[in-house]
Ligand binder design. Sequence first.
Ligand code: ATP
Length: 234
Amino acid sequence: MAILEVAALSGGYGTLQVLSDITFVVDQGQQVVLLGANGAGKTTLLKTVVGLLPAWQGHVKFGGDDVVHWPTSRRVRAGMAFLSEIGVIATLSIEENLKLGAYYLSGSQSRQQLDRIYQQLPLLKARRKQAAGSLSGGQRKILGFAKALMGQPRLILMDEPSSGLAPVMVNELLGLLETYRRTGPAFLIAEQNIKFLQGADHVYVLDNGRVHFDGSPEELDADTHIKAAYFGLT
Ligand code: ATP
């Protein structure tokens, strides 16, 4: 069952068109990667899906509802989480940040989520009373991820999670994604790092605001033309 269906979507900034005729699907619990180089339109696409930018044409269906005219706040309440670093408040403690991520859950649900997160991320538990600002950039990203999970969203949109992360933190993030595979929310991950294909259910390659490839990571790996054209790989 699809959680997100994007059909014939176009959009951009002012009169500058960036996205053209984009169609893709994310099924419930799937981890889908939107792969593309700098400037391919990944951020623009995620922002249009979550409603931070208007769609010029096309549809965005979320959980069966056409949300294309809904404000971002309504899409978020319906279970869409857009992960950005701005979401972490440096002066609040790690635990306060996590609780903020679940502000609309009941007290007991919030505590349950907190326990689950602390089990998976003992580092956050050990430092729960410290200000989030004391974390390294990479750890702060992990906290942002955990904060998004706290709200039990149905879909998490991640914009280049690997950017600025040391390889060890990228691996930590990949491990975390692995633990949520199939049992967690669906993920739509915009990336240029092909490491994120490991374990992904589906991949869309974006270039110049259009989808140029749609298939499994194995199919992409076998497609020498796409690999050479977009990633300089042979
Ligand atoms: P990156 O990895 O660099 O973020 P991206 O795939 O996310 O790349 P976008 O940021 O969506 O790409 O950019 C797609 C196009 O839209 C680029 O040509 C970019 O110059 C343009 N663009 C991005 N933001 C704006 C903006 N605020 N106003 C006008 N044009 C923009």
